[in-house]
Every structure is written in structure tokens, then in C-alpha cells.
Design a protein around this ligand. Structure first.
Ligand SMILES: [Cu+2]
Length: 152
């Protein structure tokens, strides 16, 4: 009985909120559902895999999301070394690199990671600034370019 009356009180409070126009917390604006606030944890983590094959980054455009914890994975399926050289993406951004690549850092932070044949590099970070960020491989003679797009 005690539980039941507590439920009644909650229902009454909800009804009162509706009458007062407070309504439900989440609303649909312009036909687009508002994403629910997820509890802290891994639910909003994003993992994106970029394959390197026949001197190409696949896919050529990678879409990430600002503010979301991201693991960006590069898998080198070629029989030669490749490098991931980002432009602008990591300025002022903390990151963590794992895998068996050889990362290089300079005065402005992360410069590139060289990835051995059949190797992989995993970069964990939170993209901050929405925008379009090119990246390339700077191994001699390799003409490999692709783009990371950070959406809001
Ligand atoms: Cu390359």
C-alpha cells in the first residue's frame, strides 16, 4: 500500500507538471528527435576503423562527432609501411595512442604515427572543433589523402 500511494503521488506530480505546461523534459523540435542524455559510460563511445589497402585510406571520408569519445583505428593491410599524418585535428586535444605503430610527437603535439605492414594504430580522443580535417601518408612516393569530418 505504501508503494502504491507513492506511485500515486508521482503520477499526480506528473499530471500537475503537464497542467502547468512544464511537460515532459525531452521534446521534439522541428521533427528531429532530441538525443537522450546518456548516463556516463561507454554508450556514447564511437569506434571508427580506417583500412589502408593498395595505398588508399578506406573510407576516404571519415565522420566523427564533436564531444564524443572516439577510438580511431588504422589497419595497414599493405606489405609496406604507411603513416597517418593529421592536419589540425589534434591541435590542443589530448590523445592516447596504442597498437604497434610508431608515434612521433613534436613541439605542437602529435605529428604522425607510422604503421607497419599488418599493423594497427588506435588513437583515442575526443574531437572538439567541428570541421573538415585532411590527413595523409607522408611516406616517399605515396599519394594518399583522405578527410576526417567532425560533425556537431
Ligand atoms: Cu603510405
Amino acid at each position: 500500500m505504501r508503494l502504491l500511494s507513492a506511485t500515486s503521488v508521482l503520477l499526480s506530480a506528473a499530471a500537475l507538471a503537464t497542467v502547468l505546461g512544464l511537460g515532459p523534459v525531452s521534446r521534439v523540435v522541428a521533427g528531429q528527435p532530441v538525443p537522450a542524455l546518456a548516463p556516463s559510460g561507454s554508450e556514447q563511445d564511437e569506434q571508427v576503423v580506417v583500412q589502408i589497402r593498395a595505398r588508399q585510406f578506406i573510407p576516404a571520408t571519415v565522420t566523427l562527432h564533436a564531444g564524443r569519445k572516439t577510438k580511431l583505428v588504422f589497419e595497414n593491410q599493405d606489405a609496406e609501411l604507411h603513416a597517418f599524418v593529421p592536419v589540425g585535428l589534434f591541435v590542443g586535444v589530448n590523445l592516447n595512442i596504442s597498437g604497434n605503430g610508431a608515434p612521433e610527437f613534436g613541439t605542437e603535439g602529435f605529428k604522425r604515427v607510422i604503421i607497419p605492414s599488418s599493423g594497427r594504430a588506435e588513437i583515442t580522443f575526443v574531437p572538439e572543433q567541428p570541421g573538415s580535417y585532411p590527413f595523409f601518408c607522408d611516406m616517399p612516393g605515396h599519394e594518399m589523402r583522405a578527410t576526417i569530418v567532425v560533425d556537431k
